[in-house]
Design a protein around this ligand. Structure first.
Ligand code: MN
Length: 162
């Protein structure tokens, strides 16, 4: 079965998106303040956060207290294909790619389609990454997916309507 990805919009202390990729049974996760862009020139900051349990990707609703308190919608979801290759063009498994700080994932979501690059930019206890669209037939310069398609793919609601 293909591994899943999910992008949840999360209205916590600050509103952001959480990109999650299923890797070895958990969801590797990044908080992406501005969300993903279909424009290859738009490099979006992605802050690595702790892994989440596989089932968390289905969550939509309110977190009533504690860490992450606030509202969550499933902004997009689907499956992904690891398209990472090494210097010799040989495939690199996704866990190894993320360890090395460079991964290419082809997303098959309802909103997000095509390949995105995840590149670790600053190491440290809370690594910072950049995520950006790879130039392919799904790249689009003149669209803002976050603004155009704000609704949950599960409930059809916006985060403000939740
Ligand atoms: Mn979050």
């Amino acid at each position: 079965m293909a591994p899943v990805f999910v992008v949840q919009q999360h209205d916590a202390t600050t509103r952001h998106f959480d990109l999650r990729l299923e890797v070895d049974g958990v969801l590797r996760s990044w908080a992406v303040p501005k969300g993903l862009s279909s424009d290859p020139a738009e490099r979006r900051l992605a802050l690595e956060v702790e892994d989440h349990m596989r089932g968390w990707g289905d969550f939509e609703g309110r977190i009533s207290s504690g860490y992450g308190k606030g509202r969550v919608i499933v902004w997009d979801r689907g499956t992904y294909v690891n398209a990472t290759t090494g210097d010799d063009d040989a495939p690199v498994d996704i866990a190894g790619a993320l360890d090395a700080g460079h991964a290419v994932v082809e997303l098959h979501g309802e909103k997000l389609r095509g390949a995105w690059v995840l590149r670790r930019w600053k190491d440290g206890p809370k690594p910072k990454w950049l995520v950006f669209k790879r130039r392919d037939e799904h790249a689009e310069r003149d669209r803002d997916l976050v603004a155009e398609l704000p609704r949950s793919v599960v409930s059809g609601r916006t985060i403000d309507e939740l």
